[in-house]
Design a protein around this ligand. Sequence first.
Ligand SMILES: NC(=O)c1ccc[n+]([C@@H]2O[C@H](COP(=O)([O-])OP(=O)(O)OC[C@H]3O[C@@H](n4cnc5c(N)ncnc54)[C@H](OP(=O)(O)O)[C@@H]3O)[C@@H](O)[C@H]2O)c1
Length: 329
Amino acid sequence: MQALVFDRPALDTSATRIARLEPPTPGSGQVAIRVAYAGINFKDVMSRRGDPGYAPRWPFVPGVEVSGTVVGLGPEASGHRVGDPVVALTNEGGLAEIAVAEAALTVPMPAGLDPGRAASAPGALTTAILLHDHAARVRAGDIVLVHSAGGAVGRSLADVARARSGARLVGVVGAATRVGTARDAGYPTVLVRGDALAADVRAGTSGRGVDVVLDPQGTAFLHEDLAALAPGGRIILFGNAAGGELAALPPTHLLYRHNASVGGFSLAALSADAPAMVAAAMRAALYMLAAGESTSEVVVLPGLAATPDAQQALADGAGRGKYVVRVSG
Ligand SMILES: NC(=O)c1ccc[n+]([C@@H]2O[C@H](COP(=O)([O-])OP(=O)(O)OC[C@H]3O[C@@H](n4cnc5c(N)ncnc54)[C@H](OP(=O)(O)O)[C@@H]3O)[C@@H](O)[C@H]2O)c1
């Protein structure tokens, strides 16, 4: 089979190639899927960079999410039959003609949903639903600050908040070039990250501050996040976009001072520990897509050969929407 391979850690596309590999065999509780479409995610960039914990071996086949058809079942894999059209969270190995996924993280493709769009559901949109409903428990009336609001997760969070809580959103982006993208996704207020972030947030919320901060920027802005919180506010850390060392959490007295909570979210860890919760969120994400509740643009690339440039665009912060690649079929 053909697959996209990272040979070694690299900051550019120099160690990325399309390779011919033996197809993977589904293990216990897993299914093999002929991949029709696979999503491209910032996690590909983090594994390509060699961030700790992302690529467990080299060469490495990235690919978090797929749509396609079940072509094999491992021992103890229940709930699916060969020939079923499905959508799956693979966590790795999705950018290949055949991928394996846990049966528990594989869900039926909704009838009538475009399989290219469906392949965009398990990563960003599922993450947004889990952040909104479970990690941050966003409620109607909350004001929610979203860092990296112009990225795929940020845009999905706007869709999810619109559909599920009606929470008021404040978007934050790292460059003025991403303001328009975040506005178009549904953020009425978009701030460009700068030295006065907390002051800007307070100015934009009549001094009140925000109830929730969703932050994929590691610990780089944690003190600004704390200073931007309303009493009882909560911060959910869910990424480390720049890579590098994570700092310690703020000292306890600062949490008292701000009546604040700090939590974390990882889709990969949750899919290992609570696959049924992740699968339910994937079904909800697919329902949103089928119901037209997600406005995020999906850019379909014609084949694996187009993937390295799209991954580089994400690495450069220059993505043009959510990328999905047609792999076979
Ligand atoms: N915890 C989880 O399970 C989980 C799941 C999905 C995604 N994530 C994380 O969420 C973040 C966004 O993912 P996405 O799918 O929305 O990706 P995306 O569409 O590629 O957007 C990534 C965003 O990260 C920022 N960025 C890009 N390169 C950067 C760099 N070198 N240093 C600092 N910031 C950079 C940019 O936002 P700015 O405008 O802020 O600069 C960009 O819009 C990523 O960090 C990803 O790893 C975590």
